[in-house]
Design a protein around this ligand. Structure first.
Ligand SMILES: [Zn+2]
Length: 430
C-alpha cells in the first residue's frame, strides 16, 4: 500500500458536483479517497503530505473521438479545405501510397499521438483504429479509454459468419478496453451495419460511429440527387436508399438498424435536425463534437447551442491531426464556447458545461462514467486521473466564473501536470 497524497488547488472542478474554491483531493492506491474543501482534508488527519497548486485541478480530460494513428498526417490538418470531398481526396492521396508502400508507420504515429494528447492533460481517449499495428497505442502509452476497431467497406454480399468470427477474435486480442467502430452509414452496407451492435454486445464491448458528419447525411427533400457521384466507398445501401427516394437523415437510417443506444456514441453530429437530436436523447447516445475538424474539412458548425438547451449528452473530441491542428482537447472546448455563444447560448453555465463535456461527458460517452474504475470526475472511489491547469483564480465574487471562462476559452496549452491512476503522467509539478 502506498502512502497517498493530498493535492490541493485554488479551484477544484469535480464535474459530478459543483466547483470548490480552495479545494483538495486525497489520492491513495490509484483512487480518490477524499474530494472537498482543503480545510476539511486537513482536519481529517489523513497523515498525507499536501502538495498545493495555485491554479485549477480538474479531472483528466477524456477525448471522445480521435484517430491517433494519423498523427503523422498532420500536414493535412493545418489547412482549411474547401469542402469535405476535397479533404477526403487529399486524405486518400496521402493514405493510399503509405499503405501501398508497406511502410506501416501507424504504430509509431499512434504512439506519438498518444504522447502529444497526454501533454495537454488528456488521460483517456476513444481511439479509432484502422490499421492493426495501431491497436495497442493507448495500452502501450499508459492512457485510459477504448481502442475502437474500425469496420468499413463491407457489403451485404460479402458479409458472412467467418468475418464475424474473425472480428470477434480481433476485438478480444486488443490489449486494454476494446470496442467496434462501424465507420459510417455510407461506408457499410445494411447487413454488416445492423450486425455490429450485437457482435459488440456479445463481447461486452461498446460501439462508436461517425454520424451526421457530412452534408449528404442530412435530411433532404431531394434524395435522388443527394448521392450523385459522391461516394467512393464499396458499400451502397445508404446511397441506394437515397436514390430510391429516402430523404431521412443518417441518424434516422441507423436508428432503424438498431445502431443507436446507451452503449454507442457518435462522432461529429454536425447535420442534426431537432428530430435527430430527440432520437439521440431517447436512445441515450452521446455526441462527441469535433468542431475544429469540421472547420478544417470544410463542413458546417455542429449545433452545440441546441444540444445544450435541449439536454443532449455531449462530449468533445479532437479527431486526428489529419483534420485538426492539435490533439489538445481544450482547443476544441474553446471552439465550442465560441460557437455556442454565436449560436445564441447565453446562459451563465456555458463554461462549466463545456468543461464537463470534456471530462465527465467523455467518460459517459465511453461508458466509463460510473462503476469500478470510473473516470472523468473527481469523486470518492473514482480513478485518480488528474489535470492541473495554469489558470489564474482570483478572489472576487466572480472568481469561479472567471476562472472557468478562462479555462474553457483559453485552456489549450495550459495543462501543467497530469496524473493517471494516481501516478504522474507528465509535468514538473510536485
Ligand atoms: Zn473521425
Amino acid at each position: 500500500m502506498e502512502e497517498g497524497a493530498i493535492y490541493s488547488a485554488a479551484l477544484v472542478i469535480p464535474a459530478i458536483s459543483p466547483p470548490i474554491l480552495d479545494g483538495a483531493v486525497a489520492v491513495k492506491d490509484g483512487k480518490l479517497l477524499f474530494v472537498g474543501p482543503r480545510r476539511e482534508a486537513r482536519e481529517l488527519g489523513l497523515g498525507m503530505r499536501e502538495r498545493h497548486w495555485p491554479g485549477i485541478l480538474a479531472p483528466g480530460l477524456v477525448n471522445a473521438h480521435a484517430h491517433l494513428q494519423y498523427t503523422g498526417m498532420e500536414r493535412l490538418g493545418k489547412s482549411v479545405w474547401p469542402d469535405f470531398r476535397a479533404w477526403a481526396a487529399a486524405f486518400n492521396d496521402m493514405y493510399e501510397p503509405i499503405e501501398a508502400s508497406g511502410a506501416s508507420p501507424w504504430k509509431d504515429w499512434a504512439a506519438d499521438g498518444a504522447r502529444r494528447a497526454a501533454l495537454s492533460g488528456t488521460t483517456a481517449i476513444a481511439d479509432v483504429v484502422t490499421n492493426w499495428e495501431a491497436a495497442s497505442a493507448l495500452h502501450d502509452e499508459g492512457l485510459g479509454g477504448i481502442a475502437y476497431w474500425e469496420v468499413m467497406n463491407e457489403t451485404n454480399e460479402e458479409w458472412n459468419e467467418s468475418k464475424e468470427t474473425e472480428l470477434a477474435k480481433r476485438i478480444r486480442s486488443i490489449p486494454g478496453l476494446a470496442g467496434i467502430s462501424p465507420h459510417s452509414p455510407y461506408s457499410l452496407d445494411r447487413v454488416p451495419l445492423s450486425r455490429l451492435p450485437g457482435i459488440a454486445k456479445n463481447l461486452g464491448a461498446r460501439t462508436h460511429i461517425h454520424l451526421a458528419e457530412s452534408p449528404v447525411e442530412r435530411e433532404t427533400e431531394d434524395p435522388a440527387t443527394e448521392f450523385k457521384d459522391w461516394h467512393s466507398f464499396k458499400s451502397k445501401d445508404f446511397s441506394d436508399a437515397r436514390k430510391g427516394g429516402y430523404g431521412g437523415s443518417s441518424v434516422q437510417y441507423v436508428d432503424k438498424l438498431g445502431v443507436l443506444g446507451p452503449e454507442c456514441h457518435i462522432a461529429h453530429g454536425v447535420y442534426l435536425t431537432a428530430a435527430d437530436r430527440e432520437t439521440l436523447r431517447k436512445r441515450k447516445t452521446a455526441i462527441a463534437f469535433c468542431p475544429r475538424s469540421n472547420r478544417v474539412t470544410g463542413l458546417d458548425e455542429p449545433p452545440i447551442a441546441s444540444c445544450l438547451l435541449e439536454g443532449n449528452l455531449i462530449a468533445a473530441g479532437t479527431d486526428s491531426l489529419s483534420s485538426s491542428p492539435t490533439l489538445d482537447l481544450m482547443d476544441d472546448v474553446a471552439e465550442l464556447a465560441i460557437l455556442a455563444k454565436k449560436q445564441g447560448y447565453s446562459a451563465k453555465d456555458l463554461h462549466l458545461r463545456l468543461v464537463h463535456a470534456a471530462t465527465l461527458g467523455g467518460a459517459i460517452a465511453l461508458g466509463l462514467g460510473s462503476g469500478e474504475g470510473r473516470i472523468g470526475q473527481l469523486g470518492v472511489g473514482a480513478r485518480a486521473d488528474l489535470a492541473f491547469f495554469d489558470i489564474h483564480v482570483g478572489s472576487g465574487a466572480n472568481a469561479i466564473e472567471d476562472a472557468l471562462a478562462e479555462l474553457a476559452e483559453g485552456g489549450g496549452g495550459k495543462c501543467a501536470c497530469s496524473f493517471i491512476a494516481g501516478i504522474k503522467k507528465f509535468g514538473l509539478l510536485f
